[in-house]
Design a protein. Structure first.
Length: 153
């Protein structure tokens, strides 16, 4: 697919930052040490996102933040053009599935790539952007590779 707008931005012209409360603080501040974290159930070992007081799989309340690899794949994406915002540049919004568990996905920005190079299945890695006391998890192509290996010769 060819896009009419060249992606020149790594995100929107301004970001609304999340509120740091007790239930979500670990997620929004974990990028300070370069690690992406999700709640993980101590009973069934499933990751839980967004944060919840109980595991939706086994109903245990033994949830604690745990670091993940920071790798994932693009499940879906769109190119956002905010024509109503003066001088706003197009950027990519992606839905990323983390490598550790297929049903844990983040809506995020895909950075350091052009829209024409985006494909579903692209391998990506986390890159944090600090804004005040928050570290936003963004994703970029792994090793600069734009397309997944299809195995075709």
């Amino acid at each position: 697919m060819t896009y009419h707008h060249r992606v020149t931005a790594n995100g929107p012209p301004f970001r609304l930052l999340p509120r740091l409360d007790d239930a979500h603080r670990f997620f929004w501040t974990s990028g300070e040490d370069g690690k992406l974290r999700f709640l993980r159930c101590g009973e069934c070992r499933h990751y839980v996102h967004p944060p919840a007081p109980r595991c939706p799989y086994c109903l245990a309340d033994a949830l604690a933040p745990e670091a993940v690899s920071g790798r994932g794949v693009v499940h879906s994406f769109t190119v956002n053009c905010q024509q109503w915002v003066p001088d706003a540049e197009p950027y990519i919004i992606g839905l990323v599935t983390i490598a550790e568990q297929d049903d844990v996905r983040l809506t995020t920005n895909i950075i350091d790539t052009d829209a024409d190079d985006m494909v579903v299945g692209m391998e990506v890695e986390v890159a944090f952007e600090q804004a005040d006391d928050v570290w936003l998890p963004l994703f970029r192509p792994v090793g600069g590779a734009a397309r997944p290996d299809t195995g075709a010769a």
